[in-house]
Write a protein that binds this ligand. Structure first.
Ligand code: URA
Length: 212
């Protein structure tokens, strides 16, 4: 089965899972299943719920603009969220909601098998790097289990002020260069070959160990 069919099947499984919390529309994710870069936000907002598409509101516009400014097409990357339904009144997703949707996100990532994962904001970042701090660690390249991960500020945070916006945009601009480094240097050193399953709790020293 190709990746698109596997993703379709996974989406059907989520729809059929009546134990999942949150009853708003399913926002499964969109983009190229053969992408190099996978962007993962927190949870859909009102606009995303309405259109059943991730990152189409104000912060989505900023994310998509930054993707295009790299010379990439939005359709070439894949965009999704940890929690795939909108929490009421745009509140933060709860730990229980994150936990419930986690097995589906894990399988979605496995199917896509991206070269690099860009978690947007601390909830998504902490899913891969539980001890990382967003303002300290955003823009750095980490190895989290079998994935290469560059956490970035959530675009909604970037919209809150010039300093955060600059941090967001500066880190974003480095993405193509980071991808090249993974291709050329990523698996050379035995120590850096990703082998562990990323669901495992990472140790502090693993998390603090930047790859490059
Ligand atoms: N914020 C997110 O984290 N995800 C979306 O899809 C939209 C806004």
């Amino acid at each position: 089965m190709n990746k698109a069919s596997q993703l379709k099947k996974l989406e059907q499984e989520i729809i059929a899972d009546k134990n999942l919390p949150l009853k708003s529309n399913l926002v499964f994710g969109e983009g190229n299943p053969d992408c190099e870069a996978l962007f993962i936000g927190e949870a859909p907002g009102a606009e995303e719920d309405r259109l059943k598409r991730p990152f189409v509101g104000r912060s989505g516009q900023l994310l998509r603009k930054n993707i295009r400014e790299l010379g990439w097409k939005e359709a070439d990357v894949y965009i999704t969220n940890i929690v795939k339904r909108r929490p009421p009144e745009n509140r933060d997703p709860s730990p229980e909601e994150i936990e419930s949707y986690k097995p589906y996100l894990t399988r979605q990532i496995d199917i896509i098998n991206p070269k690099i994962i860009v978690p947007l904001g601390r909830f998504s970042m902490n899913y891969f790097l539980p001890l990382a701090k967003i303002t300290r660690d955003q823009g750095k390249l980490f190895q989290a289990g079998k994935w290469y991960v560059v956490p970035m500020l959530h675009p909604a945070a970037a919209l809150r002020g010039n300093e955060m916006m600059k941090m967001f945009e500066d880190s974003f601009k480095k993405l193509p260069e980071t991808l090249k480094r993974i291709e050329t240097e990523g698996n050379k050193d035995e120590e850096t070959v990703p082998t562990r399953k990323f669901e495992k709790i990472l140790k502090e020293e693993d998390i603090q160990k930047k790859l490059f």
